[in-house]
Structures are given as C-alpha cells and as structure tokens.
Design a protein. Sequence first.
Length: 204
Amino acid sequence: MKTTLPLLALVLLPSIATAAVATKDRTGPQRPEEIRLPYDPTVPDRHADIAEEAEALLRHYDAATRIAVIGQVLTTRESGPMEPPHTVVTMLVERQVRGEADMLLEFRVDPPSSDPQAPPPQFITGYQVMALVDKSGWLVDGNALYAIEGGWAWRNRRPDIFLKPSVDRDWVGGMDPHDYYVALKMEEVTTSLEGKQRLRRGTR
C-alpha cells in the first residue's frame, strides 16, 4: 500500500558551518527547526517509493527482532581466537522497545560486508542509538543500529557518511536526506515493535 510521507522537518543542533551560512544570509533559515528538507520533486513517485521502503523494512524488523533497545554504546571488543570473527558490543539500555533486557545489553555483530552498499554499523560512544537484536543475540542484518535524532532513526547508506546526520551534513540546503540515510520515523518504529510485544504479552 502506497502512502505519502510528510515533509521531513528536523530539530537538530546547528553545526559551525550552518551558523556561518546563517550569519551571511539573514534571509535563510535562522534556526535548525526552521529547516525543511523536501524530497526531490523531479523524481516521479519519490514519496511513495520512500514510504514503501520504510514499510517493508519495518515489516522485516518486526519479524526478525527479539530485543529492541535505545541507549548508548559503552564498549566494543573483537571475538576471541577460538570463535568465528565478530564484534561484541555492550550497550547501556535507557529504554526497552521490545523484549526484556538488562541494564547492560551485550550483542554480537557480523564482520563487515565487502558490499559498499551495506556499510558496517558505527559504534560511537555518547550517541543515543537504537539496536535491534535477533533471537540468537546478533544485530539484525549486521547493521540494524540507528542514531536517534530529531524524532527519527538514522542509518547511513554509505561508509563515507557519518552515523549522526547533524555531524555529517550542513542542513541549510534543500537536500533530501534519504539520498544519504535510511530514515525511519521513531513513532512508526516504536508502534510497530511495541504493538507486537503487547500482543504477545496479552496471549500468555
């Protein structure tokens, strides 16, 4: 089913570059909350394609995710010599979206893919992130780690793009963030994952 997403309005911290541009051009957006990022109007059905991608991804996450949490990455370490190569991540859990997790959640991550269209997740301490973990304790798809910012969950589409949008891009321009990020509305993510959890609890 095709739906139309609203224009994406971000509430992000201004970068130094943003402040410099705003100083020179007083007619442009003066605060981050005034910046509206339109979709590219030259691409037919752009809104519908983005909506379908998000809906398909949410359906996939709903089926694959056992534990979904929001918090901060504390540490990462590589697997031991007697184990298959992988990364072990420890997160401080601030909010449980699905499943039951301790305050410290540990999960495993597959080795990075050689596919440039599937960049490895970036584990940066201090960022608020959402992690989706499967029933075996692995990060879903090896990359289901999103930065939380401005009411959206962000995952970079290329390895040369930073995980957190406000750090990587100057948001004064009218660029479409979906060219650089997978962007999921947090309200839709939590509704999808929490709804399934409530249903499971009600059938016990």
